[in-house]
Design a protein around this ligand. Structure first.
Ligand SMILES: [Ca+2]
Ligand SMILES: [Ca+2]
Ligand SMILES: [Ca+2]
Ligand SMILES: [Ca+2]
Length: 355
């Protein structure tokens, strides 16, 4: 790799405690800041952490075969980050709980509703979504891990409900896999929160499901090492069950928000041009981002008032594409007038990513 510049916020750290480390990689036209932060870590150093990054072919069939269908590698950022801590028995990296990985790049641009996500794979296995947060300002993404290996920013065009179902399944199978190593009382508590969240999800209660997963996260965080192992070390001879469960629950919590459809019209809030009105066709004849169903502001002055009534009256009876056809049924009539009356005094919207 070329031009590695180092900005470590914590140098060699042999005493256990919270710490993070950032390394910048410049790879041809691409650059990325990789930050790894720990709740509690021992023997953290750039050498021990084993960070590297390389340019990949975004169409590499081997890499694509490790991604779910409808997940692609953005050609503007074909970068694979490796975190492979050196397996040093006595002075190797050791951490408790979760490790957060943040990738920051100016090569991608955050837009509201972005489908860019952070994926990770362990030991050459399949890549899974570990995203817990995305934020504005170029592109910054955070996910957490109870283990390391490869990290990539990808575009995930899968259906958000499919993503949520996949993450519930993953969390459930992790719990089943490690059940025998979890204290039975803690396991019952975690299962209870999981089941509550899953039932709320099936009932399309996103807030309830998020609260259930928050309770799961809190119970796991409050548990002690006697109830559930929570240590990862570079020799990989122990399993950080706490870290695995909390990172799987954390990314599920993130994805639940993506799957919110407040008006239940089948268009998720993050892209619905009328988030509170049923408008599955999303028709928007004036192309301003507000669907006709919530855009009675015909003169585009921000308020729905008598000035909008005039053009609607003038269009009465007309057929075909028309801004005054608020219900998009092909004709301007009294139903459209009723929609305008209901919206009187307010503004257009609300719509995804618009005020
Ligand atoms: Ca909707
Ligand atoms: Ca809608
Ligand atoms: Ca509109
Ligand atoms: Ca109409």
């Amino acid at each position: 790799m070329l031009g590695v510049c180092v900005a470590a916020s914590a140098g060699e750290k042999s005493v256990r405690g919270p710490a993070s480390l950032t390394q910048n990689f410049v790879l041809g036209l691409n650059s990325v800041d990789v930050t790894v932060s720990f709740e509690s870590v021992q023997n953290l150093s750039l050498v021990n952490l084993g960070l590297s990054a390389l340019i990949i072919n975004p169409l590499d069939p081997l890499l694509l075969s490790r991604l779910p269908a409808s997940v692609t590698i953005p050609s503007a950022f074909p970068v694979l980050v490796h975190i492979d801590p050196l397996p040093l028995p006595l002075v190797g990296l050791e951490f408790t709980g979760v490790a957060s990985v943040i990738l920051y790049t100016t090569d991608l641009h955050y837009t509201p509703g972005t489908r860019l996500r952070l994926f990770s794979a362990h030991n050459g296995g399949p890549f899974v979504d570990i995203t817990e947060e995305t934020s504005a300002g170029s592109y910054r993404v955070r996910g957490s891990q109870g283990e390391f290996s490869e990290f990539m920013i990808v575009t995930d065009d899968r259906d958000p409900a499919t993503i949520v179902n996949t993450k519930f399944s993953r969390l459930s199978s992790l719990m089943t896999t490690h059940q025998s190593a979890i204290d039975p009382t803690l396991f019952a508590t975690l299962s209870g929160h999981y089941n509550d969240a899953h039932a709320d999800w099936l009932a399309q209660d996103i807030d309830g499901a998020k609260a259930g997963i928050q309770a799961f996260l809190a119970a796991a965080l409050a548990s002690g090492p006697a109830e559930m192992a929570d240590v990862w070390r570079s020799t990989e001879d122990v399993t950080d069950i706490d870290g695995l469960l909390r990172s799987a629950a954390g990314t599920l919590h993130f994805s639940l928000e993506d799957a919110r459809d407040t008006d239940l019209d089948g268009v998720y809030d993050f892209s619905d041009n009328c988030t509170l009105v049923i408008n599955p066709t999303q028709c928007d004849t004036d192309g301003d981002g507000y669907g006709n169903h919530c855009d009675a502001d015909l003169d585009d002055n921000g308020t729905i008032n008598t000035f909008d009534l005039t053009p609607l009256r003038a269009a009465m009876g007309s057929t075909g594409s028309n801004d005054a056809d608020l219900d998009c049924n092909g004709i301007v009539n009294s139903f459209d007038l009723a929609i305008m009356r209901d919206a009187f005094g307010g503004g257009p919207g609300p719509a995804a990513n618009l005020p």
